[in-house]
Write a protein that binds this ligand. Structure first.
Ligand code: HEM
Length: 957
């Protein structure tokens, strides 16, 4: 117990340990402009601050929505964890932890002092503590289910506090579900037998006591108060005051915003040709884009691949039938009045007033119910809801299907039905490629010629690559299982059938169907692991996030002392998770699970019984709100700027350092992706996407081809659509609050003017800062200003630092001219954030949405928690996921960024299934870091080639 406590204190509470303190070797750390830095004085001041911080005790988790942490700490805390540099920018709206010691590259580490480690530990653990506070608050304040359970969440049920409720009538299978009787009909519904053995097609029975949860067709949830959704409708006085009638579906004009704020600026527009490149993939083509030096194009397509697993507003590649709507290119703001664009202006902007698009599907738009609790009135759901037509589970449904229609496109190998069907392609070696869709398959005209997969929409070269790769991985697992079976036919596979739990299922007894389902479980878990510990730490390339993301998977306590994580995992599953006290549930569960990690929670309980729902389901935690993604999650995944216009194509069999063609991405769209994949091969596309940098998520960086794309499915005059503009329109259709209220709702500090978008940590005369100020001027031109009225309160989600309500003047004098910062679209806002933690390819606003939902995606899924067991995965499956493939764990050479770590899971998948890439990947630590980049020292973002790639033109200035 003593060990447990001390580990808890170290690993979970993350006490910032006072140590000999140092001074950052950074100009901005100088305490005042005219003073030379004095390391001794700063060191003493930091130590005093640490003592003051510790004496002040731990920050209390707020009970009030409008008194949240906001990622801002008290001055002594900032000083203790990051010295003067952290104190200096506390007044900005942006989170403080990014300026702590060790949270950046080596310049964030003190130099020339006795010990770097003490300050680094204070900084990094302090950052993790701040992030944990945010997660605890997010779980407490940001869960709004749209499927009818919200009243229970607020008012509780049967003497149980809302956040501790674990089953809901709304999550029962309805009478018309084919499995209605199998789960118990109109009695208590509990999934059992075949329904709990593997991931089901439609996603039912993941939670055995809430069969419907997360299944295809359930409503998207929300992370924001229902009253703040659909701000253009102005449901409350607060919303009306916030926007003053200035916003609508097409106001400000989405195409004008796209052309002015999203378009990539070109040094030579002719060589880009509006994103369409030059004939014959000419090397003379060039489309400028802002590049992230630490993230590659494979990472861009990875996240498109993920979103196709998690959610879809569309159904079989289309939106709601019955009518198209205009999409702007009509108006601009002149002297704060919307004024029609002239033909000249339209031509100059390059937008298209004739474009139209199909409307989004609506699940329900009947007026929501109302209830009161504790003297406060609530809505039971948002005024409109929309269905997630995918399963919300991380179940690889883009590969394996999510309904009967999509399932028909998933082809088994007739020779071995446990395998996915792969065909040999003339001239290509290796295990083959996915088959092409047949006319007899369910197929939309725009998918003709594409690979046959469950989710074929917006097909791209990256999706083709990843679908083929994981189909091969599925088969690799089956091959290994068959190999082991041939060697040891009578060995216990580990698998069990809950209908006959005592029967040992030997390797040779496992049926092709069972093996197919096991391989699906394994592939889905591998994907989740790659995403959590490989993609995410490269997206958020710094030490706190490396530790944080690994903790989500393995726990802070790591594998060194397996007994401690096991003990904690049991406490979580059978202690806190079964508590009836909502406060315990929400506040402590999240904190304590940082210890053992989320993955495998509850899977190690003694005497595990596959027929006992408490064991099978015991590791999940829903925090009182059924799991589904919220609309706000979709918003922050509108990541189209990641995609370049041209792919720098390379040939692995020749010289990988040479770019041999510039292939327009639009020539690798839909069926052309399949042609390109089959003619050129997985290895070449892997090499090309692995080496190229993706686009930064920032303004002026949307691909031009996406602004001009032709979608033949659109029955409209132009058949063209500006996808960047559509990103804004869809958010407005789905009622996502605008950026400033979005931040407040998530517990982030509001902005008070467009100028807050400028990164104050940059020197005043730097070109980057000047550029940002120009962009701010453009934002002001589009969204405008107004004379403020301090009598109008605009939100109840946050208060001014002095405790007063926030009004229309946002701290400026009554009657002054203020920016319409409240109207800025959420996508524009998060793209416009220039102040970001080191190595963040996304903004802090997007990140906070991920903190909540990425954790929930793991917490809610029993196959990642208490059902991660041989009874479901087989012993080979459990080992494969744990070790990143067959055989024992392989360790990476050296200690990248100071960490001894296993060879990363995607690198293993790539080497296993595309062996032609083995040499290229030898020096790669993270498959999402541009492959030829020299990673340099501690979280360097430098763009330098590794020694054998100096001739690669991508590194030329
Ligand atoms: C060649 C690359 C891509 C093309 C051609 C493309 C095209 C599209 C199109 C046409 C839509 C549908 C808009 C609508 O009617 O609502 C869409 C939606 C979307 N795209 Fe992309 N996209 C690409 C890459 C990406 C990437 C890399 C991401 C990264 C996550 C992404 C994320 C999304 C999201 C989140 C939606 C909204 C889906 C929904 O509402 O359910 N896309 N994309």
């Amino acid at each position: 117990m003593k060990t447990l406590l001390s580990v808890l204190l170290f690993g979970i509470l993350l006490l910032p340990l006072p140590s000999i303190s140092q001074t950052r070797d950074k100009a901005s750390a100088v305490s005042s402009a005219n003073q030379e830095p004095n390391p001794k004085k700063e060191e003493a001041a930091e130590l005093r601050a640490c003592a003051q911080m510790v004496l002040g005790g731990f920050l209390q988790v707020s009970n009030m929505r409008d008194q949240r942490f906001e990622g801002k700490v008290a001055e002594p805390t900032a000083r203790c964890r990051g010295g003067q540099y952290a104190v200096q920018f506390r007044t900005t709206p942006w989170v403080d932890w990014s300026r702590y010691w060790g949270a950046g590259d080596s310049s964030s580490l003190p130099t020339g002092f006795l010990s770097v480690k003490g300050a680094q530990l204070r900084g990094v653990t302090g950052a993790l503590l701040d992030l944990e506070y945010q997660r605890v608050e997010l779980i407490k304040f940001n869960l709004f289910d749209n499927s009818g359970t919200y009243q229970t969440y607020i008012s509780g049920s049967g003497g149980v506090n809302g956040p501790a409720v674990k089953t809901w009538p709304e999550m029962r299978l309805p009478k018309d579900n084919p499995y209605y009787l199998a789960v118990g009909g109109d009695k208590e519904q509990v999934c059992k037998g075949d329904l709990i053995r593997a991931r089901t097609l439609t996603g039912i029975c993941n939670d055995v006591r809430n069969p419907l949860m997360g299944s295809a067709g359930m409503p998207f949830a929300r992370n924001v108060e229902f009253e703040t959704t659909f701000p253009d409708v102005g449901q409350t006085a607060l919303t009306q005051n916030r926007h003053g009638g200035r916003i609508g579906l097409l106001t400000p004009d989405p195409q004008v915003i796209s052309r002015k704020l999203f378009t990539r600026l070109q040094s030579n527009p002719a060589s880009c040709n509006a994103g369409f490149g030059l004939p014959d993939n000419s090397l003379d083509a060039n489309c400028d884009y802002q590049k992230a030096p630490f993230f590659n194009v494979l990472a861009a397509y990875w996240i498109q691949f993920m979103t196709h697993d998690w959610f879809s507003h569309m159904d079989e590649g289309h939106n709601a039938p019955g009518g198209y709507m205009e999409v702007g290119c009509r108006n601009k703001l002149v002297n704060n009045v919307q004024t029609s664009l002239t033909p000249d202006e339209i031509q100059k902007l390059g937008c298209r007033p004739g474009d139209e698009v199909d409307k989004t599907y609506v699940l329900s738009d009947s007026p929501p119910g109302q209830f009161t609790s504790g003297g406060r009135a609530y809505l039971t759901r948002a005024p409109k809801t929309f269905a997630n037509n995918n399963t919300a589970w991380w179940d690889a449904s883009q590969l394996y299907g999510y309904d009967e229609t999509s399932l028909k496109r998933v082809k088994h190998d007739p020779q071995d039905p446990a395998k996915m069907l792969l065909e040999l392609v003339p001239g290509k070696s290796g295990p083959g490629y996915l088959p092409i869709l047949l006319p007899t398959d369910p197929v939309q005209p725009q998918w003709n010629g594409q690979e046959s997969v469950a989710f074929p929409d917006n097909w791209s070269i990256g999706l083709s690559f990843l679908h083929n790769l994981f189909a091969r991985e599925h088969n690799s697992f089956v091959d290994e299982f068959r190999r082991q079976t041939a060697q040891n036919p009578n060995a216990d596979s580990g698998l069990r059938n809950p209908s006959d739990p005592k029967r040992v299922i030997r390797n040779k007894d496992v049926t092709p169907d069972e093996l197919f389902n096991v391989a699906r479980l394994v592939v889905a878990a591998e994907i989740a692991k790659i995403h959590t510990i490989e993609w995410t730490p490269q997206l958020l390339y710094n030490e706190p996030l490396y530790k944080g993301t690994n903790a989500n998977w393995n726990g802070f306590l790591g594998p060194d002392d397996p007994d401690v994580p096991k003990a904690l995992s049991d406490v979580m599953a059978h202690g806190l998770a079964t508590s009836k006290n909502g406060k315990k549930e929400t506040q402590w569960y999240s904190v304590f699970t940082s210890g053992p990690g989320i993955f495998g929670l509850g899977s190690t309980v003694s005497h595990y019984d596959i027929t006992n729902p408490n064991d099978v389901n015991g590791g999940i935690n829903l925090f009182g709100s059924p799991f589904n993604f919220p609309e706000e999650f979709v918003t922050v995944y509108r990541l189209h700027p990641l995609v370049p216009d041209l792919i720098e194509y390379r040939d692995v069999s020749k010289d990988p350092n040479q770019i041999v063609e510039k292939v327009p991405v639009v020539q690798t769209f839909e069926g052309k992706a399949t042609d390109a994949m089959r003619s050129r091969g997985l290895a070449n596309w892997g090499l090309s996407m692995g080496r190229q940098r993706l686009g930064l998520l920032t303004l002026h960086n949307d691909p031009q081809f996406l602004q001009n794309i032709r979608l033949p499915r659109l029955d409209t005059p132009t058949q063209q659509i500006d996808v960047a503009a559509l990103d804004l329109i869809r958010d407005r259709e789905h009622g996502v609050p605008r950026f400033n209220e979005f931040r407040r709702q998530y517990g982030l500090r509001q902005l008070t003017s467009y100028d807050d978008f400028v990164d104050e940590t940059l020197p005043a005369d730097s070109p980057a800062r000047r550029q940002q100020m120009e962009t701010v001027a453009q934002i002001r031109e589009i969204y405008g200003t107004h004379i403020c009225d301090s009598s109008k309160i605009i939100t109840d989600a946050q208060r001014n630092p002095d405790g007063t309500p926030i009004n229309d003047c946002l701290g400026h004098p009554n009657g002054s001219i203020v920016d319409n910062i409240e109207d800025v679209d959420t996508v524009v806002g998060w793209l416009g954030e220039n102040t970001r933690p080191h190595g963040f390819a996304i903004s802090e606003t997007q990140f906070v949405v991920f903190i909540l939902n990425a954790s929930r995606r793991l917490y809610s899924d029993r196959f990642f928690t208490s059902s991660f067991r041989p009874e479901f995965y087989t012993q080979l499956g459990v080992d494969w996921v744990t070790h990143n493939g067959p055989g024992p764990q392989m360790m990476e050479e050296g200690e990248p960024n100071g960490h001894r770590q296993p060879v990363s899971p995607l690198k293993r998948v790539l080497m296993r299934n595309i062996p032609e890439l083995t040499t290229e990947l030898q020096h790669v630590v993270n498959a999402f870091d541009p492959w030829a980049r020299d990673r340099g020292q501690y979280y360097s973002l430098g763009w330098k080639p590794r020694p054998d790639a100096v001739s690669d033109p991508a590194f030329k200035p």
